[in-house]
Write a protein that binds this ligand. Structure first.
Ligand code: AVJ
Length: 324
């Protein structure tokens, strides 16, 4: 019976996205060299990210989960969704709060989790289907960064969800383009729930991205293993230090890998060698932090109207509900 409530389909890319090889060629031609953060998430990287979420320093996941638990009832009662569509759903652990609120209010929306990883989608659906006998799951396999044009468009009121503060991985320009594209799919009555991390004392931010157990450092270095595998490279991850800095002017955490000594790296699949000087940095991730004002301004720039702002008492994290 559980299987009857589970369907899975691929969402074709709406536009051509650069391959890993193209991203490396382009990113390594820049100074500092850069790598897109999406390559962190191979099987090991996803596992490491899960472990980071349980460190005492990394507050976003547990703060957002608590906030969602507190505000789910209010969100669900305002939107009364017939479909919940989640971009980058991962384990769907936090989204579970929304289904509990639906159940308590006699609503039975279907769930459309959208993620790159089919195995993760299966595992997430399994748990949700077990917990909610009324739920049907329409899993969507694909990359939301490749566009949303081919996302299935179920009839009825939809709640789009983008959690975790992942919006912060995008530059303001990329973010507004992404939010605008989402806005373009939305109809009257639809809503969008966005999770975003807030600005706070730099030492708290830096600790969150440089935990004492070294998990974030390992997560950061793992991107070099991903490149080695994909491009037959000989990066030695241990020849790079993990560095997390809060850039106050740009209100963002910057994660770097810093060469511990002069070295040359061979990427055989690209037929290229890259020299790194002692202390040279690769920018592997930005994670923007928002004020209440900068967050609503970004939504408005994408023609989305914030209708409710939920935040924790400590103002560590925000959930904003917006409408077209
Ligand atoms: C999953 C993108 C929200 O930016 O906080 C965690 C990724 N990087 N620790 C974030 C991450 C380092 C995370 N996001």
């Amino acid at each position: 019976r559980k299987l009857e409530r589970f369907k899975c389909q691929a969402v074709p890319a709406a536009r051509v996205v650069p391959t890993l090889a193209e991203d490396v060629l382009q990113g390594f031609a820049r100074r500092p060299r850069v790598l897109p953060p999406k390559y962190f998430y191979d099987a090991l990287g996803s596992e490491l990210f899960d472990q980071i979420c349980d460190t005492p320093e990394y507050y976003p996941t547990r703060t957002e989960a608590r906030l969602l638990d507190q505000s789910a009832h209010s969100i669900i009662c305002q939107v009364k969704p017939e479909h919940i569509i989640e971009l980058g759903s991962g384990t769907s652990r936090k989204t579970a709060h929304l289904f509990e609120a639906c159940e308590a209010n006699g609503l039975e929306p279907s769930y459309w989790p959208f993620d790159v990883c089919e195995e993760v989608l299966h595992a997430a659906a399994e748990a949700l289907l077990e917990a909610h006998p009324w739920l049907s799951v329409q899993a969507l396999i694909g990359d939301y960064s490749a566009g949303l044009a081919h996302l299935p468009q179920p009839a009825g009121r939809r709640l789009f969800v983008f959690l975790g503060g992942t919006i912060g991985n995008l530059t303001p320009e990329e973010s507004i383009a992404f939010l605008s594209e989402l806005r373009g799919l939305m109809r009257e009555g639809d809503a969008f729930l966005l999770g975003a991390d807030r600005t706070k004392a730099p030492r708290l931010l830096q600790a969150a991205y440089d935990d004492a157990s070294g998990l974030t450092a390992e997560f950061n270095r793992n991107v070099l293993n991903v490149i080695n595998r994909a491009l037959r490279g000989d990066f030695n991850p241990h020849a790079f230090d993990h560095l997390a800095l809060y850039n106050e002017a740009l209100q963002r955490i910057e994660m770097y890998l810093v060469a511990r000594h002069d070295q040359e790296v061979h990427l055989m699949a690209l037929e290229r060698r890259y020299g790194f000087l002692h202390g040279e940095r690769i920018l592997t991730e930005i994670s923007r932090k928002f004020t209440a004002e900068s967050l609503t301004a970004e939504l408005r720039a994408a023609r989305l109207n914030p209708i409710r702002h939920y935040q924790t008492e400590d103002q560590y994290f925000s959930l904003v509900l917006a409408q077209p």
